[in-house]
Ligand binder design. Structure first.
Ligand code: G6P
Length: 613
């Protein structure tokens, strides 16, 4: 989603800004722009399309001085208010003097627009962002500094935002404000930076200050002044980042997504390492004091969005069946806007790859107010808002995930949840034999995944049969139902084929009406106690002329014929089957997307990190 980069330096910052934008490309966007102060001139260059369009435009103008500046801000925009046009791309400008970039939404933009128009401000775009530029410009007239003007402006904005403002009359300063949308200050030597994501700044610094909710900061080359939500000047800790950055490197793979699919055995090994062994799960793996919290936990509430929500759904099956702890799972955007009842001794678990998803953060904030015993974040980004705002945290070690469609983040989340089952089960009379089974399954897991990836050629070949399809149905039962949902999500995200998932027991309650030869049915069929039930569902589809693609354990004894294509998935222990069966479905969507010729890593209309609701 939208990305922000800004810099105040002694050198020309244009390449730093462009590099920062490139590093934020994976988040998804549709246009980009940069504003630079060169002497007493403010230059703005914006383009729709990829950052490459913007950098080409800048290269063309490199002799003119337009692409020079020691202070500058830049942005990748993911349209919310106003279509994808150059005029709507950020930065937005007021009085040819102030330039603004913004993530999030100013909800009262209409009222602000009306009142600013009445004061004579002309709007050049359809965006909510432009109201920030004009509001600050107007308030600057009665303020001693840009900082003072922004402090006065902030209470007039309703909604979630992160914003950066520069003033060509004072090139030494950037002023930034955070309310609901993350911003991180990067500290250099004789130069300082701002970004919405530390990834953007890793080439220039590893020292960061994460702004808190309601912070406004004035950043110069040599100083940082932070004013908190109460108007008090505060110091925030400097954090040394150990985030790896591999965004520039596809390691020879055609797409990041494929690279990330193949990384799964290794990143799961990393996620397990030092935390779990054949002897058991280490103490306090989920954060200091987590075992004491788990001993008291009587109910678990899981909240997440998208793929992370599917990980939560799978975990519900596991937590109730294996650890004997009741659990419910909810989509963050639903939870945050309804009144809910908190069961006694409930632990809130949020899951997020990015740790910056707006709805998940808002749900966490709400949950803190309504009496949960403690909060645990399962997250892939250390130092993210979700991790910082939760009492306990567990880092999945998937490494940077660049493909918008989540793959390795999902399977490491599932591995994390199996560890949670062990850590909680320990305090809830989990039978020793079951504990041993799960431990052994986890230890075997990376090798099983390696074995499963050898199916790639077979799946590639099978994908051909989807080239003319517009709809598809995914079926699974028990803990494979969320895996079917995740499979359907992957296919729709990157191939744009309409895909729906059903718990196979629901087939007769509607979806059977859709079955015909043009509606491929994808079935996940490990050899578990629900196999016979699933086989009946398969027969129901066959009897109606459906064409099936069955991912099955060899011992499940499915045979390929003219209506059914069977792919044998390596045999694995039941507790890890949802993780193992995820991989063929990821590969299927990847190869179908290749045939469809879509933008696999940055599918249309989607964003990696959804920082607005
Ligand atoms: C977006 C991404 C998905 C992701 C979801 C939740 O929709 O495209 O891949 O699953 O956000 O993101 P999170 O970072 O909270 O896991």
């Amino acid at each position: 989603m939208c990305g922000i980069v800004g810099a105040v330096a002694e050198r020309n910052v244009v390449q730093i800004l462009l590099e920062g934008l490139k590093r934020l490309e994976y988040r998804g966007y549709d246009s980009s722009g940069v504003a630079l102060i060169n002497g007493n001139v403010l230059n703005v260059i914006r383009r729709t399309g990829k950052v490459k369009e913007l950098s080409d435009a800048i290269d063309h103008q490199s002799d003119s001085g337009i692409a020079l500046g020691t202070t500058g801000i830049a942005h990748t925009r993911w349209a919310t208010h106003g279509g994808v046009t150059e005029a709507n791309a950020h930065p937005h400008v007021s009085e040819q003097r102030f330039a603004v970039v913004h993530n999030g939404i100013i909800e009262n933009h209409k009222a602000l627009r009306d009142s600013l128009s009445a004061s004579g401000y002309h709007f050049a775009s359809d965006t909510d962002t432009e109201t920030i530029a004009h509001t600050v410009a107007q308030l600057r007239k009665s303020s001693a500094s840009l900082l003072e003007a922004v402090l006065k402006a902030v209470p007039t904005f309703h909604g979630a935002y992160g914003t950066v403002i520069i003033d060509k009359e004072d090139a030494s300063t950037m002023v930034v404000a955070r309310s609901g949308s993350p911003l991180v200050i990067g500290l250099g030597i004789g130069e300082n930076f701002i970004a919405s994501d530390q990834m953007a700044l890793l080439p220039v610094t590893r020292r960061f200050i994460f702004l808190e909710e309601g912070d406004v900061a004035e950043i110069t080359r040599t100083s940082i002044v932070i004013i908190d939500a109460t108007g008090t000047q505060v110091e925030r800790p400097i954090v040394e980042s150990n985030v790896e950055h591999d965004a520039g490197d596809k390691a020879g793979y055609r797409h990041y997504m494929l690279k990330e699919i193949y990384e799964q055995p290794a990143v799961i090994r990393n996620t397990l390492q030092g935390r779990v062994s054949p002897e058991g799960i280490a103490d306090d793996v989920f954060g200091e004091g987590s075992d004491a919290i788990f001993a008291k936990t009587q109910h678990i509430k899981i909240i997440a969005c998208g793929t992370s929500y599917h990980a939560g759904m799978t975990a519900k099956y596991w937590l109730e069946a294996y650890a004997g702890v009741s659990c419910d799972v909810e989509i963050a955007s639903e939870f945050r806007y309804r009144k809910s009842v908190v069961k006694p001794n409930s632990l809130l678990v949020t899951i997020s790859q990015s740790g910056e998803t707006a709805d998940t953060l808002a749900a966490l904030k709400l949950a803190k107010e309504c009496g949960y015993m403690s909060s645990l974040a399962i997250c892939n980004v250390d130092g993210s808002s979700l991790v910082r705002e939760s009492s306990l945290s567990f880092m999945t070690k998937a490494g940077a995930e660049i493909g918008v469609a989540s793959t390795k983040a999902f399977t490491t989340q599932l591995a994390g949840f199996l560890m949670l089952v062990l850590a909680i089960g320990k305090h809830h009379n989990m039978p020793a034999q079951l504990e041993q089974h799960i431990l052994q399954a986890l230890v075997e897991l990376p090798n099983k995944l390696d074995e499963t990836l050898t199916l790639a050629n077979e799946i590639d070949e099978l994908a051909e049969e989807f080239s003319d399809k517009e709809h598809s149905l995914f079926l699974g039962r028990g803990d494979q139902y969320p895996i079917a949902m995740e499979g359907a999500l992957k296919l729709k995200e990157i191939s744009y084929i309409h895909a729906e998932a059903y718990a196979s027991g629901e087939l007769k309650h509607g979806p059977l009406a859709l079955i015909d030869a043009d509606m491929p049915v994808i079935v996940v069929a490990p050899n578990n106690e629900l196999l016979e039930k699933l086989k009946s569902n398969v027969e129901e589809v066959r009897a109606r002329g459906g064409i099936m693609y069955v991912f099955a354990d060899k011992d499940a004894h499915f045979e390929s014929d003219e209506t059914m294509r069977v792919v044998n998935v390596p045999h694995c222990m039941e507790s890890i089957a949802p993780i193992v069966y995820t991989l063929p479905l990821q590969l299927l969507s990847y190869y179908v997307a290749l045939i469809k010729g879509t933008d696999v890593d940055q599918p249309r209309n989607l964003a990696k990190s959804v920082t607005v609701e």
